[in-house]
Design a protein around this ligand. Structure first.
Ligand code: GDP
Length: 295
């Protein structure tokens, strides 16, 4: 559903970025905590490069979505990494989600001092307010809907909140904007663009498809050889200079893809492969480990 629309968001022009930034900067004034969603399959590439500047020093809670499609080992490492960076972090599967309490608990924990200080200053007790942010397709709408459906009390007309942006009260002490802040990915970085394309968040064809196929195959042969073996009975030897042609031919044979004028139908092989990557049928894959972080 959201895919087709969000795939169009690859055209982030400076004007779009400035607008997104302005909208978020407006909302952020009445927000206590930012919930930043990233995709667990590429928890670095699926982040906006300027988030720190955009949200300034608002407390941040990083949620890695789609953990059902990512490698559990890596997900654990990435959650730990973000915790070490000083954020609250957790991973979720929004297709099977019941961790509302845990999320609210973590927000309460982060905001405890702030709320207590307000109370000590004699201010009226109020609910914490959160805003969801992230690049297209990371699960922002799904996340908000999951929380909202649980308790869909829409409370508009709050000070500082325009009518177009509704606030949902999810718990007695927890409110959420009903629309997320949509940010842009760092597509000018080749590593990031490649990973974002492999997540299916942008049209894979914005990159030369065969380059993407080669990069994915190389990565899988190094990190997930067993998945290639299980899915296509394929074993890749990167030392063999014909490895990529062999891989194409092999997948075509295993998947019974009809040749085109006597040649392997390369386009069809890539189509099959990418659709199996996108729907998770090859297995749980994470496209980057901590080595991509400049620390
Ligand atoms: P948004 O663009 O950030 O608002 O993303 P959406 O909420 O529209 O989600 C994009 C796609 O990812 C939809 O097809 C969702 O069903 C799917 N999705 C979101 N979260 C998860 C998750 O945790 N696991 C899986 N498997 N799919 C998810």
């Amino acid at each position: 559903m959201a895919n087709e629309n969000t795939k169009m968001n690859i055209h982030w022009f400076p004007g779009h970025m400035a607008k997104a930034r302005r909208e978020i900067s407006e909302k952020i004034k009445v927000v206590d905590i930012v919930i930043e969603l990233v995709d667990a399959r590429a928890p670095y590439s699926s982040k906006n490069p300027m988030i720190n500047e955009i949200i300034k020093n608002k407390p941040r809670f990083i949620i890695l979505t789609k953990k059902d499609m990512a490698d559990d080992q890596y997900t654990k490492q990435w959650v730990q990494y973000y915790e070490q960076c000083g954020y609250q972090a957790m991973s979720v599967n929004l297709k099977n989600f019941n961790e509302y309490q845990k999320i609210i608990e973590k927000c309460r924990y982060v905001l405890k001092d702030k709320m207590e200080k307000e109370k000590a200053r004699g201010l009226k007790p109020r609910a914490m307010r959160a805003m969801v942010l992230g690049i297209p397709n990371v699960g922002k709408s799904t996340f908000i809907n999951r929380l909202a459906n649980r308790k869909a009390t829409v409370t508009g007309n709050k000070p500082g909140v325009t009518k177009a942006q509704q606030i949902i009260r999810v718990a007695k002490d927890f409110e959420l904007f009903d629309t997320p802040g949509v940010l842009w990915p760092k597509l000018d970085d080749a590593h990031v663009a490649q990973n974002i394309a492999l997540l299916g968040s942008i049209k894979q064809s914005i990159l030369p498809l065969d380059d993407l196929f080669i990069a994915a195959m190389r990565y899988l042969s190094l990190h997930y050889p067993q998945l290639l073996k299980d899915r296509y009975q394929l074993e890749i030897d990167l030392e063999n200079e014909n490895w990529i042609v062999d891989a194409f031919d092999h997948i075509a044979k295993v998947r019974k893809i009809k040749p085109l004028k006597g040649e392997t139908d390369y386009d069809r092989v890539m189509e099959v492969f990418f659709s199996e990557i996108n729907d998770g049928s090859i297995g749980k894959i994470t496209w980057e480990d901590l080595s991509c972080v400049n620390v």
